[in-house]
Write a protein that binds this ligand. Structure first.
Ligand SMILES: C[S@@+](CC[C@H](N)C(=O)[O-])C[C@H]1O[C@@H](n2cnc3c(N)ncnc32)[C@H](O)[C@@H]1O
Length: 314
C-alpha cells in the first residue's frame, strides 16, 4: 500500500529532498505537538507544520538549523542546535509532551554536497565529517588517533567490512609516514588494503563507517529513543527513517522489545518485568520508498521507515 503514494515533487529542494514525505505526513496526520529531531533543511518539518501544530525542531548542525529557519520562519517553531541525545534536548522534549516524534537519520544532501564539510569521498575534501563543525573530534582525528583494533572495529561494525583488520593496519602504517588529512588519503588507503577493484560503493560504505564513529551516531540513537518514548503522550507515534543497517537494527530491536509483553530473561518461572507491551510496531514491516521515489531521489534508495505507536493509557 505504501508504494502507491505518488512522489511529492513539491518537496524536492536544493538543500535536501525529504524521503518518504507522504508516508510520514500520513502518520503525523492529526498530531499537534511534533518533535523533528533532525530538521535538516526543514523539508519534512514544512510539510508537517499545519495550522495549530507546535513544532520543536532540533539539529546538531548550525547550518541546517539556519536553512530550516529561513525556510519555515523562526517564529514557527522552537529551535535547538544540539544533538538529539543531549540531556538538554531530552529535558526539553519531556516538557514538550509530543504526540509525534520524527527522526530522519544520517546526513542531508547539503552536507554531502558541500566538500568543505568533508563527508564526501570526492577528491580533495578534508577528512572532517563533523555534523556539528564545533565538535572536538573530526574524521582526521579518528583515523589519526584511534588504535588499530578500534579502527578495525569501526570498519567491521559500521562498515560491514570483512577485511577490516587489513584496512586498519594499512591506515596505521600510512599515518606513521604522514597524517591522513584528505579524502584522497582515505580512498588510497582503502584501495591499497582492499585492492584496485574497490570502487565508489566501497568508498561510500567505509566513509559512512568513519562518519558514524565521528558523530557517535548509534549511541545517540540508543540513548535518545527510550527517553523519547517516555516523553511521548499515550497513543503518540515515533517514526524513524534510517539509512544504515546498524541504525535500522537498533531501531528494530528497541521497537520489538517495547512491543513485547514480557522482557524477562528466558527460563524465569514467573514474569517479573513490566508484564505488558508499551505499544505496537505499526505497521509490522518497515516502509520503503517506492521505485518512483528512488528514481526521482536516488539518495532515498537505502531508506527504511519504522514506526512505533505508544499504548493508550490503561
Ligand atoms: C537526513 S537529514 C534530515 C533532513 C530533513 N528531514 C529534511 O527534510 O530536510 C539528517 C539531519 O540530521 C542531523 N542529525 C543527525 N544526527 C543527529 C543527532 N544525533 N542530533 C541532531 N541532529 C542530527 C544532521 O545534521 C542532518 O541535518
Amino acid at each position: 500500500m505504501w508504494g502507491l503514494f505518488p512522489v511529492s515533487l513539491a518537496a524536492v529542494s536544493a538543500y535536501h529532498t525529504p524521503v518518504l514525505i507522504d508516508q510520514i505526513a500520513g502518520l503525523a496526520r492529526g498530531s499537534r505537538r511534533i518533535v523533528d529531531c533532525t530538521v535538516g533543511g526543514g523539508g519534512h518539518a514544512e510539510r508537517l507544520l499545519g495550522e495549530a501544530v507546535e513544532l520543536l525542531a532540533i539539529d546538531r548542525d548550525p547550518e541546517a538549523l539556519e536553512a530550516a529557519q529561513d525556510r519555515l520562519g523562526v517564529e514557527r517553531a522552537k529551535w535547538l542546535n544540539l544533538g538529539f541525545a543531549d540531556p538538554r534536548v531530552l529535558a526539553a522534549v519531556a516538557r514538550f509532551n509530543p504526540d509525534f516524534v520524527l527522526m530522519d537519520l544520517g546526513v542531508s544532501g547539503h552536507q554531502l554536497d558541500e566538500d568543505h564539510r568533508g563527508f564526501t569521498f570526492r577528491p580533495g575534501a578534508p577528512l572532517d565529517m563533523r555534523m556539528n563543525p564545533g565538535a572536538d573530534v573530526s574524521a582526521a582525528d579518528v583515523l589519526g588517533k584511534s588504535g588499530e583494533a578500534e579502527l578495525a572495529r569501526i570498519f567491521r561494525t559500521f562498515g560491514d567490512e570483512r577485511r577490516s583488520r587489513r584496512l586498519a593496519a594499512t591506515i596505521v602504517r600510512r599515518r606513521q609516514r604522514s597524517e591522513l588529512t584528505t579524502s584522497d588519503d582515505l580512498v588510497n588507503a582503502i584501495r591499497a588494503a582492499l585492492g584496485p577493484r574497490t570502487g565508489p560503493s566501497d568508498f561510500a560504505r567505509l566513509f559512512q563507517a568513519v562518519r558514524i564513529a565521528v558523530n557517535d551516531e548509534l549511541r545517540a540513537l540508543e540513548m535518545a529513543l527510550p527517553a523519547f518514548l517516555k516523553s511521548l503522550v499515550c497513543g503518540g507515534v515515533i517514526a524513524v527513517v534510517s539509512y544504515h543497517s546498524g541504525e535500522d537494527r537498533t531501531v528494530k530491536q528497541l521497537f520489538r522489545e517495547w512491543a513485547s509483553e514480557c522482557v524477562c530473561p528466558t527460563g524465569l518461572p514467573i514474569c517479573s518485568c513490566r508484564g505488558k507491551a508499551l505499544g505496537k510496531v505499526e505497521p509490522k514491516k518497515p516502509i520503503y520508498p517506492s521505485e518512483q521515489e528512488v528514481a526521482v531521489n536516488p539518495r532515498a534508495r537505502s531508506a527504511k521507515l519504522r514506526v512505533f505507536r505508544k499504548a493508550d493509557a490503561s
